[in-house]
Ligand binder design. Structure first.
Ligand code: ZN
Length: 246
């Protein structure tokens, strides 16, 4: 038997009354487990293993598809599961996480980053702050994101914004840009936001009124970094609407 915490990120009906559940566990990484007879009205597991619930689980030892023998709800994330907007945002978080985490590999740091983001979302903290902070922490953990904020050509500080060179993963200033590069433009305030995300606590970021376009530019940079890492178009993971209000 193994005991582990698990955040339910996906569930799928299986057979007559069973369900296959994908959890994110700090010890086991991404893990598919089977909950037998969970769809029976008398099941003791139901109510502890719904999407976005965090539960303390006992699992059998089989490697392939461990069976849940008991589940105790640790955190229901009730607002996330009851409010559609929050549910959609939580899916944005787990959609990225599901691609990043590996099976059967302990990933405590990423687990904590995910749990923090879920708790802030459930707490109705401003979404642009929750999302950009989450992406920044995740990129950092994966060794992605800007290493410095200098132009790769002239090594000067970026003034009035800069271009993020997606392939080289470095900034280029407006003066050195020369011919059109395959990059994304970030305004001065977006670069400031990137620096703030790196150095400050979540609470200090949450206090700032983030302009929509800044959050969107920062989102694009991190998603391009992260999704290039797992080889998928970044735009399908966007969770900010840059045209509308936030
Ligand atoms: Zn330059």
């Amino acid at each position: 038997m193994r005991k582990t915490l698990g955040l339910v990120i996906k569930k799928q009906n299986y057979g007559e009354t069973d369900r296959i559940i994908t959890i994110f566990s700090p010890d086991l990484g991404k893990k598919r487990i089977i909950a037998k007879a969970i769809r029976r009205p008398t099941s003791k597991l139901a109510g502890h293993l719904d999407t976005f619930m965090l539960s303390q689980l006992m699992l059998t030892d089989n490697e392939d598809l461990p069976r849940v023998t008991s589940a105790i709800l640790a955190e229901p994330f009730e607002d996330i599961r009851n409010q559609l907007t929050l549910t959609e945002r939580a899916f944005a978080i787990t959609k990225v996480i599901e691609r990043v985490i590996l099976e059967d590999v302990s990933q405590r740091a990423i687990f904590q980053i995910t749990l923090d983001a879920m708790a802030r979302l459930n707490d109705n903290q401003p979404w642009p702050a929750v999302w950009t902070y989450f992406l920044s922490e995740l990129a950092n953990e994966l060794g992605l994101g800007p290493g410095d904020f200098l132009c790769r050509q002239c090594h000067q500080k970026l003034i009035g914004g800069g271009y993020w060179h997606v392939e080289d993963r470095q900034f280029v200033c407006g003066t050195c840009l020369g011919e059109v590069i395959h990059g994304i433009f970030l305004e001065e305030n977006s670069i400031k936001l990137l620096q703030l995300l790196r150095k400050n606590s979540f609470m200090s970021i949450a206090k700032i009124q983030l302009p929509a376009f800044c959050a969107a530019q920062v989102e694009e940079l991190f998603l391009r970094e992260i999704t290039q890492w797992f080889n998928k178009p970044w735009s399908s993971y966007s969770a900010l609407n840059s045209r509308g209000g936030l």
